[in-house]
Design a protein around this ligand. Structure first.
Ligand SMILES: Cc1cc2nc3c(=O)[nH]c(=O)nc-3n(C[C@H](O)[C@H](O)[C@H](O)COP(=O)(O)OP(=O)(O)OC[C@H]3O[C@@H](n4cnc5c(N)ncnc54)[C@H](O)[C@@H]3O)c2cc1C
Ligand SMILES: NC(=O)c1ccc[n+]([C@@H]2O[C@H](COP(=O)([O-])OP(=O)(O)OC[C@H]3O[C@@H](n4cnc5c(N)ncnc54)[C@H](OP(=O)(O)O)[C@@H]3O)[C@@H](O)[C@H]2O)c1
Length: 424
């Protein structure tokens, strides 16, 4: 068994660790000149969507891989540079840092008589029994199309770094996910006026509730008290309403959908900044007209800049076209990992959990290593298809109908499935 890992972000690093621990031989390629992926600011791979002020929204205890703690004297919420330092420490601890062949881009992955031919820009083609794709899914901008044309500057959150160049300008930020909220807050002190446009609003949770990181409350409800995730999320929402107050009183509309049907939006400053009128919340954009942005409620504003914080599309430019569609809709993978039509093709980190991603991928990594070692048998085609269909039904039934929810998994349920597979 010889495997190939593509990508050395938080996902690739932990997959490499598990393969090494399980004695699976592997090559490991990273396009950038060093490991770290998204958390390496201005990564020369061009894939990082991190801005200078990025502060992780998962607290240190929830963020850590299960086998490597975040140092106890680090803050509850890490800066991106600290997450990078943590990843580097992890790679050093498990002796894998030197295994990564950096500045090496995988350009093609093709089936080759039961094996896989992986072509890189440095070494040409090599054959492997398995390929683990860990190339990240938050690098390729998803850009909406609105009627009309805009004469000012347009950019996607992927390309946003610092607020200085927007000083004094009127900026419309589109999208109320974590990127949109962070960027609106980042700009608020220097821009002329910031507008935050949202088509359905979002439930805004602070980073701390009663002095405790908000996700520790979620962990208490789901992991200690074993409450179902929707119940836990509603309890956190109620706590926030008591501790902070209803968000509509600050000027952020109350969403029509329940909190457990969306991805969490977490930010300590947004509600205050809206209350100060530093950020004005507006509905969806109806049209763009030269220097004017018109909103769905009939209001409009002149704007210098529109920033699309409208999310990302998974992308696998190195895979054959017939395999890509299945992979781009991550829910169509068995256990969100295994390509059902391509034995030996695995994906790591292609999930959007209700909960932290990094520790979840550690479990995926161990699962993959065991599957490669033959200790996690894969079910037959029909059973895989059934599992995929059941997961897709769960996503459709539980989340808002938006492109944003293609890769959702419930942390606790998913961990349970993977752990049970490994125990069996
Ligand atoms: C702004 C932002 C904030 C986030 N905050 C949180 C948070 O608070 N908590 C949380 O749990 N998650 C957060 N996430 C999610 C985050 O994406 C995951 O936690 C995790 O870090 C993703 O790691 P990854 O390795 O899958 O992807 P990445 O970090 O993107 O790494 C993928 C790597 O693959 C490499 N690569 C890509 N294509 C190729 C190729 N063809 N050949 C070779 N190498 C290639 C890239 O260069 C990159 O180094 C955040 C995401 C974003 C965008
Ligand atoms: N501080 C942090 O830790 C931090 C910061 C940034 C990002 N992240 C993480 O990174 C990931 C990506 O976050 P993201 O905010 O970049 O993307 P996202 O979660 O996909 O959010 C995209 C936002 O854009 C909106 N949108 C998409 N298409 C639209 C359209 N055509 N018209 C109007 N609105 C549209 C979405 O609205 P709908 O809901 O209506 O679809 C949503 O509000 C998430 O996992 C997030 O948690 C974390």
């Amino acid at each position: 068994m010889r495997a190939c890992i593509i990508g050395a972000g938080a996902s690739g690093v932990t997959v490499a660790k598990s393969l090494k621990q399980r004695g699976v031989d592997f090559d490991w390629f990273e396009k950038g000149s060093a490991l770290g992926g998204l958390w390496r600011y201005d990564n020369d791979s061009g894939t990082s969507s991190a801005y200078r002020s990025l502060q992780i929204d998962t607290s240190s205890r929830s963020l850590a891989y299960p086998d490597f703690s975040v140092p106890g004297d680090w803050p509850a919420y890490l800066r991106a540079s600290q997450v990078l330092e943590y990843l580097e420490g992890y790679a050093a601890e498990f002796g894998i840092a030197d295994a990564c062949q950096t500045s090496t881009e995988v350009t093609a992955v093709e089936p080759a008589s039961g094996r896989w031919a992986v072509t890189t820009d440095r070494y040409g083609a090599r054959e492997y029994d398995a390929v683990i794709v860990a190339n990240g899914h938050l690098s390729v901008p998803r850009r909406p199309q609105f009627p009309g044309t805009f004469s000012g500057q347009e950019l996607h959150s992927h390309d946003y770094r610092t607020p200085e160049s927007f000083s004094g300008k009127n900026v419309v930020v589109v999208g109320m996910g974590n990127s949109g909220c962070d960027i609106a807050v980042d700009l608020a002190r220097v821009a002329g006026q910031v507008y935050l446009s949202t088509r359905r609003s979002a439930w805004i949770l602070p980073k701390y509730l009663l002095g405790v990181p908000t996700d520790r409350w979620s962990a208490l409800f789901t992991r200690r008290l074993r409450l179902p995730t929707p119940v836990a999320r509603n309890l956190v929402k109620m706590l926030a309403r008591v501790a902070v107050g209803p968000q509509e009183r600050f000027g952020v509309p109350k969403p029509a959908h329940p909190i457990h049907r969306e991805h969490a939006t977490i930010g300590q400053e947004l509600l205050q900044y809206v209350a100060y009128d530093w950020i004005r919340v507006r509905p969806d954009i109806a049209s763009l007209d030269g220097g004017e942005v018109r909103f769905a409620d009939g209001t409009s504003t002149s704007a210098d800049v529109v920033i699309y914080a409208t999310g990302y599309d998974p992308s696998f430019p190195f895979l054959p076209a017939d395999l890509v569609a299945q992979a781009e809709r991550g829910g169509r993978l068995y256990r969100r990992i295994v390509h059902p039509d391509a034995p030996g093709l695995y994906f790591a980190g292609l999930v959007q959990p209700v909960g932290p991603t990094i520790p979840l991928v550690e479990i995926q990594g161990r699962w993959i290593a065991r599957a490669l070692a033959g200790d996690v048998p894969l079910p037959d085609e029909a059973a895989q298809a059934q599992e995929i269909a059941a997961h897709r039904r769960w996503v459709r039934a539980n989340f808002v109908n938006s492109e944003r929810y293609r890769l959702e998994v419930d942390y606790r349920t998913y961990v349970g499935q993977l752990e049970r597979d490994m125990a069996a």
